[in-house]
Design a protein around this ligand. Structure first.
Ligand code: COA
Length: 173
């Protein structure tokens, strides 16, 4: 039975809601932001509805998946991120990720989401390790990993493309 941190959380500036089937429209708006589409490609409403359903299913079956982040002050949708379970580099691992609307880049929101994810992983899920991975040339995502104290582990291949894998081990700050 998976442990269940599936609840709304608040960080200093963000309200983090577990993604449910109801977030298809917010995901489409996020993935349609041209700066995000540069990394995530083109999406349709059908595709983001499927993606939202997949994440909702992850919350039910794995006890954890991505959050949708809203600004606590304004209610604006900021992005999505957090933990999910993936099979990567030969093992099932807990992965941390982030995607923000372009107008919210440069203010530390991805790092804030990442910090919340690490907190859940190490204090509630009892994880020994959290990983993150991105395209080799995604400097902004790599910088988030480094701000969170994650350490480059190795080059990997993901979907046939060169990626880098970072990790953070519990107890190592
Ligand atoms: C990857 C992505 C989420 C990073 O966003 P970001 O805004 O660069 O990262 P953060 O939110 O942590 O913000 C860090 C920046 O805010 C600044 N900052 C301001 N206040 C801050 C705070 N309280 N804490 C941390 N950083 C802060 C940092 O100095 C840094 O500035 P810089 O960009 O001038 O170096 C964003 O570029 C994105 O959505 N990209 C498209 C999707 C994507 O590639 N996702 C990753 C897939 S693996």
């Amino acid at each position: 039975m998976p442990r269940r941190p599936a609840r709304v959380r608040e960080t200093d500036r963000l309200r983090l809601e577990p993604v449910t089937e109801r977030h298809g429209a917010e995901l489409l708006a996020l993935y349609s932001d041209p700066a995000v589409a540069d990394w995530y490609g083109e999406w349709t409403r059908e595709g983001t509805d499927r993606e939202a359903a997949r994440m909702a299913d992850g919350w039910r079956t794995d006890g954890v998946h991505k959050w949708f982040a809203f600004h606590r002050g304004t209610g604006d949708p900021v992005g999505r991120g957090g933990l999910s379970r993936v099979h990567i580099d030969g093992a099932a691992r807990l992965e941390l990720g982030w995607v923000l609307h372009h107008r919210f880049w440069g203010h530390g929101y991805a790092t804030e989401i990442g910090r919340a994810g690490l907190e859940v992983a190490f204090t509630e899920l009892d994880a020994a390790e959290v990983v993150a991975f991105t395209e080799v040339h995604n400097a902004r995502s790599r910088a988030v990993m480094e701000r969170l104290g994650m350490v480059y582990a190795k080059d990997i291949e993901w979907d046939g493309a060169p990626f880098v894998l970072y990790r953070k081990i519990r107890g190592l700050r």
